[in-house]
Ligand binder design. Structure first.
Ligand code: SF4
Length: 357
């Protein structure tokens, strides 16, 4: 499968496949292609186990056994140099690349700070490893600047992690990711453990940092409503595949895939008073034995015969005028297999008022 190519992609992933290897391999990420455009926030959403975190680890080459990249290519395209084949970097090149070009904020970043050393020491460790030319005073000044950048009083550099709230610790995690001025940040569920008010503050902070520093961000979450607030584009993952990708308006207002539509109805908007929620019945397929046809077939209210035998490729949606990059993997958008097109419920999309932007 492939997504549209644009000239200003900063990351271009093509056909990425990751297996968790065991007696029967689990095909956790299956032939995923996507591009991160320079200066955009790309959201990736899907239920637990859909492969989104595994994809994040693949994009930063942080996969650890039993996970293994079993296919695909990964290109980093700096603004001022030739493309880098990320999969060909040796361990030393990769270490430098990971902090100075691409950094990651993990799901548990707020809990991964060292509890027995002050923040200053933890920033020092990064600079000593990657910027040995910086002296002690310069390291301290940079640590204070980074804390200030993420909205924390610079004097907190002398604090221990336990003296900070969860939201502040997560901000410190973001500050550390920013330490070496990366161009790309991959954020894996960075707000999941935070309450809604703090979550909102962190989201606002990320938007501000993105605009201020011109970062390109991949933001991964199970909470699609959060991405509607934050992202420029959204990719929906299901059973290890991207099943829909488009702009936030396209995905949020006119979901073309039945799974996207179901996801949009299964989370409250951040500010909704009386959310009208529906769960998604059933569970995802066993990825040790992915189904032959559409992976969503067993849960889809619109399933028909072809869905059970033919895996739908990504194609342009039929229900609305589509932008170049809006793609959906669903047979309802194939004029030959579904001459009548998508059912009314999908064609009508969501009322704009139901969308949280
Ligand atoms: Fe549903 Fe068929 Fe579309 Fe899959 S291809 S989402 S089963 S209608």
């Amino acid at each position: 499968m492939s997504t549209a190519t644009a000239p200003d992609a900063v990351i271009r992933a093509t056909g990425i496949s990751v297996d968790y290897q065991g007696e029967a391999d689990t095909h956790a990420v299956r032939d995923v292609s996507l591009e991160l455009m320079r200066g955009e926030i790309l959201g990736i959403a899907g239920e637990s186990g859909c492969g989104k975190s595994t994809l994040a680890y693949a994009l930063t080459r942080l996969l650890q056994a039993p996970a293994a990249l079993v296919g695909g290519s990964l290109e980093y395209r700096p603004a001022d140099g030739p493309p880098v084949d990320v999969l060909a970097l040796d361990p030393a090149e990769l270490r430098a690349f990971r902090w100075s070009e691409i950094a990651m904020v993990f799901q548990g970043a707020m809990n991964s700070l060292n509890p027995v050393t002050r923040l200053r020491k933890q920033f020092d460790d990064i600079f000593e490893a990657h910027r040995p030319d910086m002296d002690r005073a310069a390291r301290l000044a940079r640590a204070r600047e980074l804390l200030d950048t993420v909205g924390i009083d610079p004097d907190r550099v002398m604090s221990y992690a336990h003296e900070l709230s969860g939201g502040m610790r997560q901000r410190v995690g973001i500050a550390m990711a920013l330490a070496l001025d990366p161009h790309v940040i991959i954020m894996d569920e960075p707000t999941t453990a935070l309450d809604v008010v703090v979550q909102r503050e962190i989201i606002d902070e990320i938007k501000r940092l993105q605009a201020q520093l011109g970062l390109s961000i991949v933001f991964i979450t199970h909470d699609l409503s959060l991405l509607l607030e934050l992202s420029d584009r959204i990719a929906i993952m299901y059973a290890g595949e991207i099943v829909e990708i488009g702009t936030t308006d396209e995905i949020g207002q006119w979901p073309a895939h039945p799974y996207t539509s179901a996801l949009l109805h299964s989370f409250p908007e951040l500010e909704a008073e009386n959310p009208d929620l529906m769960g998604i019945p059933g569970s995802p397929p066993d990825l040790r034995r992915p189904p032959a046809g559409c992976p969503f077939a067993a849960r889809c209210p619109y399933v028909f015969d072809a869905c059970r035998t033919i895996d739908p490729p990504l194609q342009t949606p039929r229900h609305r005028p589509a932008s170049d990059g809006w793609l959906v993997a669903c047979h309802l958008h194939d004029p030959e297999l579904a001459p009548d097109g998508p059912p009314e419920a999908l064609r009508d999309g969501l009322a704009p008022a139901a969308v949280a932007r």
